[in-house]
Design a protein around this ligand. Sequence first.
Ligand code: MRU
Length: 339
Amino acid sequence: MFSPLYPFLWKRDSLFILDQRKLPFKKEYIKCSSYKDVIKCIKDMVVRGAPAIGVVSGYGMYLAVKNYKGNNLKEYLTKVANEFISCRPTAYNLSYVVNRIKNFSLEISKNKVDDKVLELVFKEVEEIREENKKMLQKVVENGLKLLKKNSCVLTHCNTGVLACGDIGSALGVIIEGYKNKKISFVFVDETRPYLQGARLTMLELLSAGIPCCMITDNMAGYVIKEKRINCIIVGADRIAKNGDTANKIGTYTLAVLAKYHKISFYVVAPSSSIDKDISTGKEIKIEQRDEDEVKYINGKPITLETAKVLHPAFDVTPAELITAIVTEEGIFKYPYNFK
Ligand code: MRU
């Protein structure tokens, strides 16, 4: 049994991915029977959010191993892994899971894929999914420790079940925080251009019966100044060793606002979003997406055809602007020193 909002489901040897582009108005699942189908769904934002695309890519890698026909598994899986990683290069969970399944498959298969290998690879994918769930539960428990009673918070993008596959990260803290009377009201950035806040976070909050209000991204300064926001809570796509954090474009702006207004700015994420191979955010590759995603809304142009448009999907918030980074391993403060 899956919740109507569950972002993916494995059934009859195929992955069914909820088409988040159609939410909140339609609930439709897309069937993926090959790894190419899964890549297309990740690239086209059918599924999004770093932890969710991490788990989904695990199933995609399994499908790749299952459909393997060649005579050089290493070469094949390296190519497949690169295809996955390059389709959304900023989200660390994606490369973490893809590389883990690639290395695991190569270790156990000795260049030959049989039923036993497939069974073990599938088990490893399910293990990743279970780890993700357990991590997020602990992340949320830790996040709750940061909140004072009846806080009014602001969040950006979508970091709930839809983005994570389970309980959620930043939005998980917010939803549980409301149940525990630690949160009384939530402001939600609409999050241009994909409107994850307007379409997905509002859906999750309204479904949970949580008092909330949507704002356009450029209202954040006004709301922080006028509406007594206690803190800002966001997720992460990739965190460097020093705590610099890549997250949805607009996050950095919020961190600067938080600093100026002396309110706390929290990043909430599983440790599978921490890239221990990079020292600072300068090494994070920022995904650049198609300019038409900014130039058109629902198929209608909002500027001139000839207009040049920038579309970085993420920005990097420097560690010193982050009050705390919460993972399942604890609450970390600047200067960051993750385990
Ligand atoms: O482009 P998206 O929708 O995949 O971006 C999602 C975010 O930026 C989230 O904040 C991040 O992945 C954390 S999700 C728990």
